[in-house]
Design a protein around this ligand. Sequence first.
Ligand code: ATP
Length: 442
Amino acid sequence: MENETVLNIGFDDTDSPKGMCTTFLAYKIVDLLQKQKTEFLDFPRLIRFNPNIPWKTRGNGAVSIKIKTRNPSKIKKQIKNLVSKYSDIENGANPGLVFFQSDSIPSEFVDFSNLALWQLINRNSGKKFAKKNNLEFFYQGNGQGLIGAIGAIGYDFQDHTLELLSYRKKQKFGKERKISTQSVKNMQEKTFPNTYNSFDTKKGRVLITPHGPDPVFYGVRGENVDSLVYATKILKSDEKLDGYMIFKSNQGTGDHLKNELDSKTMKPYASGKITGIVSNIPKIVKGGHVFFKINSNNHEFWCAVYKPTGISTVASHLIKGDKIHVGGGVRKASKNFPRIINLEFIKIINLEKNNSITNPLCKKCNKKMKSKGQNQGFQCIRCGKKATKKTSIEIPRKIRKQLYLPKISAHRHLSRPLQRIGIINKSTKFDKSLSWFCVYRN
Ligand code: ATP
């Protein structure tokens, strides 16, 4: 038996579009460790990375677990077996698994994780990092999974949310999920503002159930354990579930957009934010998508706002000279378009006056005068009053100095919802007595 040691376990890319889910593997690992009375030092961590990388299965999420053990060798072996057993390699999963034995996490890990949050990391960098830092690591396929595995261990929370994920019994995988819509609505009302984005009140749509073949039945996101467990009591479904687990997560923190995009960092697939001045008249294309340019530090950047975000109308009302702060993901240049930022929010900092030069108004009749021909002035057709020059009038702006967020149906896992604006949750302390993990015995 070895001395007691702290073991961090990071893993990613075990799933494919055809099934499985890295969080379900985490649930299986925790179940196994619980049965061996392992001491957990924190919630399992579900970390979402750059949502723009092209090869993600769904939400680019990775998991890490922190435990205390006297027998790390046995645990590592067991986990390796579970990762091999549950990874959907035939359907394209490239699992990565990393073990790091230490209570504190060195800054190199944190830096790696921060980079994975907003840039595209070369797959070999994961292997290089693991070798350089003497990590025990395993991968199958192309090793892409090591990026998320290292990043999940290194992620340093400045704010967090929690997500309670409930899992189905195996025989239900792939079958339709049936949950009472009314119960989801009630749950949202009763737990607000401690849960978020469960129900789209505008569309009457349930947002907590995924649609794919993965083992998740629903996921409720919020600020504390009690509210999430309370939510499970309100939700109604006839399906007998296997159990649930609560993850600590960077979902809902907007963390992928905290870095500045500029001429150097605006690489394909990067995510970030930028402040600039609108430099052309926005173009509305077929389908209602809006394209415009901003100037920032003497560089021009194209921005796109797609119709389904619900903020394309805001973009269409921008005019040259407006100062805005925007965030989003960089789409690589195509044959028809240069590199472009797909916007995930628009914050209007300053609105230009929208002046329009028109024919003068007759003060008596309150009617626009008619032009009498080139250089011949203007005349009121009703009273005959004359004027020589055109006048400038101010057209009221249809948008305001405020933050515009997409509809919740267009939110990404990392998007900060309106109710979390200005909120920093640092309060959740991990405590073994919390109901963070449960396998239903039925
Ligand atoms: P799910 O959300 O269902 O777990 P997923 O969307 O996380 O699925 P993965 O199958 O994990 O999809 O694929 C994402 C892959 O991209 C992983 O291999 C991960 O290590 C890697 N990855 C994550 N962030 C980056 C990044 N910034 N640069 C390069 N690769 C990354």
